[in-house]
Design a protein around this ligand. Structure first.
Ligand code: HEC
Length: 309
């Protein structure tokens, strides 16, 4: 142990009783710190989704905050005693490094920063890296600026997000990521205005559709029992938007229904392609789940339809 590390350990031991400090694997100080190129190329197995960022933040607060500060600026309670000072992790010089390089540095350590090889699992280090990368970006949950689009473009934008919501619902069985996509859909709807505002009727229609989408999405995003109702409200609204303003899809776009046998009503969804892919978790075993209710005009015939209707 160098004199410097010892000082840091003693300081930390008093600042944070259970703080794990191991001095092994440290590189001599004062060099320009670089990771080996093999390490730089390692890929992060985690994506920057809110859950991972939050997990990484908690690991950071427990293990790194004492030196780097709660916002990563390098101003933690132990930083005053340290030479060299902890790096400002929000600096582009740090946030621009590859995930693999940051992973290697955190695992390896460099006096007075301890190695985390034995105190953090690899997965937790990758999660911290995701969190560090999110520090560089100011707008964690950006408020989208209002955007004005021609009506059909606006409907297509909503439809794209609706289809990705559908993918999430299928993939994750109506789980957390679908709830997030629903929130995004709501935010998107809130931020879209339509241009060509001569027609008051079109604008009123658009506004009420927006609020119905936002209402449906908030039900879906809440994860409560009514989530299906929320999804149906969104689907019905997207259907009415497409019917009112039209879209230009290359692929066929249809409205399908999943009915309980014998009942008249059912659960609706809109998808591209002709083979129904039921998104509802309980409908998989139902053979009559996937009747086509309606086919929307495609890019090739929508022009004709638009002028004739
Ligand atoms: C004992 C104080 C201390 C703790 C605890 C600590 N660090 Fe550090 N960290 C430092 C110091 C000091 C440096 C600067 C080292 C140098 O450049 O010589 C540094 C550098 C770094 C760097 C490299 C920045 C660059 O120059 O590329 C990263 C990344 C980093 N720390 C992340 C972390 C993370 C993540 C944790 C928690 C898992 C952590 N540190 C815990 C003190 C600490």
């Amino acid at each position: 142990m160098t004199q410097r590390t010892k000082t840091a350990s003693i300081f930390l031991a008093s600042a944070l009783t259970a703080f794990p400090l191991s001095a092994r694997g440290q590189v001599p100080a004062k060099t320009d710190w670089k990771a080996p190129s093999r390490a730089k190329r390692k890929r992060n197995p985690f994506k920057a989704d809110p859950a991972t960022i939050l997990a990484g933040k908690n690991i950071f607060l427990r293990n790194c905050m004492v030196c780097h500060g709660s916002t990563g600026k390098g101003d933690g309670p132990a930083s005053a005693a340290l030479r060299p000072k902890p790096k400002d992790l929000t600096d582009p010089a740090v946030s621009s490094q590859s995930d693999g390089e940051l992973f290697w540095k955190i695992r390896t350590g460099k006096a007075p920063m301890p190695t985390f090889r034995s105190t953090l699992g690899e997965k937790d280090i990758w999660r911290v890296v995701v969190f560090l990368k999110s520090l560089g970006k100011k707008n964690d949950s950006p408020k989208p600026a209002m955007e004005s689009l021609p009506p059909r473009k606006a409907v297509e934008t909503i439809l794209r997000r609706y289809l990705s919501l559908l993918r999430d619902l299928r993939a994750e069985r109506w789980g957390a990521s679908a709830r997030r996509t629903a929130k995004n859909l709501s935010r998107l709807a809130g931020s879209l205005r339509i241009t060509g505002s001569k027609a008051k009727k079109a604008n009123d229609f658009w506004r009420s559709a927006k609020s119905r989408i936002q209402h449906g999405a908030s039900i879906l995003a809440s994860g409560n029992d009514g989530f299906l109702e929320g999804f149906q409200e969104i689907t019905n609204t997207v259907d009415s938007l497409i019917t009112y303003f039209g879209v230009r899809e290359k692929e066929p776009l249809s409205l399908f229904v999943c009915r309980m046998s014998g009942s008249k009503g059912g659960n609706l969804w809109i998808q591209t392609g002709t083979k129904p892919r039921n998104p509802f978790p309980w409908g998989i075993k139902m053979p009559d789940c996937g009747e086509r209710v309606k086919t929307y005009p495609t890019a090739t015939d929508s022009g004709a339809k638009h002028s004739s209707k």
